[in-house]
Design a protein around this ligand. Structure first.
Ligand SMILES: [Fe+2]
Length: 383
């Protein structure tokens, strides 16, 4: 994506617990951190629970002590009190504040620092010689960082930003605007006073299928960062298949990656704005439909009841969850229920015995794995 190594901290620099690779493109800096020893409580435990993801979103600030004082007065959890690190290039003050889930914000106040990155970091151990020959990807700064929350927790997190970091509401959409045929979400964007930092906060809304936000929360193990949007001055040369959203004043162009790790959690966005400060509400539907295709392939586009519970049918204590596989076979849950409660199932099983051995085991939500040997059992029950 056009990033180059900026700085390194690890065993070679005297860091015995953690290794950190900092990569940079224009104003965007990502730190990739791993624990060096087994049983590391802070990063090891986080990795074990959440998988790869965003542990911390750092803000460069002018007055770390003032912000910590205000946040503490208003009830925020201060994970690490202000401290100063220094080397021969100067000093930097840090503090860490808890936000949603296990996510934190590090406040970074560069007091008089002139080194390549931060105290304790050195130049990368090696540089990729090919990078110089590759064209620029033209990614310039972090446009917004989105946090997914469990159901009904969005507003309290929005309030947290308003109260503790003195942010204000910048933009919002509800589930009437943000929905597909299957799933829906609500989103409120909070911003700092200067509106240089924008943090959209999402929560799932009840739809016919499990929301992608709910899928995220289940795989991440609670609230966390869903995507990081990188602002580009030239998305056309950076990417293909770009989505367009607009109003009477301007437009924005955006494109999204698939999850950047194995769990279906964090992904990236590239965005270019032309006098338009929205977040692509007009593009959400096509984005969501693309995500839902992947969600279905993962077996997670689960059918929900009107109350948002997983739709299932009960047979003798075993729960069968009818997911997308069944929806394809029978087009709708009603039709399937008709089949199961009427006399259709034995016929179908007789005609398509492979349904038992191939389709059903993937559709089972719990308990019993159906194989052809269960045919008699199912037929007995239905009869
Ligand atoms: Fe976004």
């Amino acid at each position: 994506m056009g990033f180059e190594q900026l700085a390194y901290r690890g065993l070679e620099t005297g860091s015995r617990e953690l290794v950190t690779h900092a990569v940079k493109q224009d104003k965007i800096i990502f730190l990739f951190v791993s624990p060096l020893t087994p049983g590391n409580e802070e990063f090891g435990a986080h990795l074990q629970k959440h998988g790869d993801g965003v542990k911390d979103v750092a803000f460069e600030v002018e007055d770390c002590d003032f912000l910590v004082k205000k946040a503490r007065e208003r009830g925020a959890v201060i994970v690490k009190e202000p401290w100063i690190e220094e080397d021969k290039y100067g000093r930097v003050k840090f503090a860490v504040i808890q936000t949603y889930g296990d996510t934190t914000h590090t406040l970074v106040e560069k007091m008089d620092y002139s080194g390549i990155f931060l105290p304790g970091f050195q130049a990368p151990l090696s540089k990729d010689p090919l990078l110089l020959k590759l064209p620029s990807c033209k990614l310039n700064f972090i446009d917004h960082v989105v946090g997914n929350q469990p159901d009904n927790e969005m507003v309290s997190i929005v309030d947290w930003y308003q109260k503790n970091l003195l942010f204000h509401r910048f933009w919002s959409v509800d589930d009437k605007q943000l929905h597909t045929d299957f799933s829906a979400l609500r989103s409120i964007v909070v911003a700092n006073y200067e509106e240089t930092i924008k943090m959209p906060i999402n929560e799932p809304a009840v739809g016919k299928r499990k929301s992608q936000i709910q899928e995220y929360v289940e795989y991440y193990g609670g609230p966390g960062v869903q995507h990081i949007a990188l602002n580009s001055s030239d998305i056309i040369s950076a990417e293909l298949k770009i989505l367009v959203d607009y109003d009477e004043k301007g437009y924005l162009l955006q494109i999204f990656t698939k999850p950047v790790q194995d769990r279906p959690t964090l992904f990236l966005e590239v965005i270019q704005r032309h006098n338009h400060q929205g977040f692509g509400a007009g593009n959400f539907k096509s984005l969501f439909e693309a995500i839902e295709q992947d969600q279905a392939a993962r077996g997670n586009l689960t059918v929900l009841t009107a109350n948002g519970e997983i739709q299932s049918l009960f047979f003798k204590g075993a729960t069968f969850c009818f997911d997308d596989c069944f929806a394809h076979s029978w087009h709708s849950l009603d039709e399937l229920q008709e089949v199961v409660t009427g006399n259709g199932l034995p016929t179908i099983l007789k005609e398509f015995p492979e349904m038992l051995s191939t389709c059903w085991p993937f559709c089972l939500h719990s308990a019993v794995q159906l194989t052809p040997n269960h045919l008699d059992w199912v037929q007995t029950f239905v009869n």
